[in-house]
Design a protein around this ligand. Structure first.
Ligand code: GAR
Length: 216
């Protein structure tokens, strides 16, 4: 499976996906890393790892449609099968999302459908919820919406700041994004309407069990 990763800045999830893809037998190949921001730090890592990079700067476009058209054209030329959004902070037009339906996934730092959008960690802490986490999901035209592939649960601890919580969640993001990509590339994820199911879920669910819950 040929995969494009779209980033806007740091690209630590992109790095986790690239590292996973280099492991023996991994069923997906990262064929390009595309950024809408020419200064994205993640581009350097991609270049150092011999992954072709591409910048399509949204500031060069008068509207979202034209930007998305050029992104889509480039990804088609690269024969991309699956797009992974990894900290890609541009809203994509419904036309783009529908064109790539069930072939775009995203990672979001909350347990969707809770806390969509921005300032996720501040809002989770302020809500008083005891647990948050991260989600890999297929992308639909509405923001942070779509069938859920993998989630990880992360506790919110007394005294957490948004930065501390973000770092704790990021560790789990780097674990679940490669797992989700592997499952999809192995064709084990089936989408039916708003639900994604995993073939052979019995063994997979064992890897997703909340480690905080004891069996005793
Ligand atoms: C990650 O925490 C990702 O979940 C979040 O941006 C960060 C990007 O970090 N994405 C969103 O909030 C999307 N709604 P990274 O560039 O180091 O991967």
């Amino acid at each position: 499976m040929k995969v494009a990763i779209l980033i806007s800045s740091r690209g630590s999830n992109m790095q986790a996906l690239v590292r996973a893809s280099k492991q023996d037998g991994f069923p997906a190949e990262i064929v390009t890393v595309l950024s809408n921001n020419p200064d994205a730090a993640g581009l350097d890592f991609a270049k150092e790892n011999d992954i072709p990079t591409k910048v399509i700067n949204h500031r060069d476009y008068e509207n979202r449609e034209d930007f998305d058209t050029d992104v889509s054209k480039y990804l088609t030329e690269q024969k991309v099968d699956l797009i992974c959004l990894a900290g890609f902070m541009r809203l994509l037009t419904p036309d783009f999302v529908n064109r790539w339906r069930d072939r775009i996934i995203n990672i979001h730092p909350s347990l969707l459908p809770a806390f969509k959008g921005l300032h996720v960690h501040e809002r989770a802490i302020e809500s008083g919820t005891r647990f948050t986490g991260c989600t890999v999901h297929f992308v639909r035209p509405e923001m942070d919406d779509g069938p859920i592939v993998v989630q990880a649960v992360v506790p919110i601890l007394t005294g957490d700041t948004a930065d501390i919580l973000a770092d704790r969640i990021l560790v789990q993001e780097h674990r679940i994004y490669p797992l989700a990509l592997k499952l999809i590339a192995e064709r084990k994820v089936k989408v039916h309407g708003s639900i994604a199911t995993i073939v052979g879920a019995a063994e997979t669910e064992a890897t997703l069990t909340n480690p905080l819950v004891s069996d005793d």
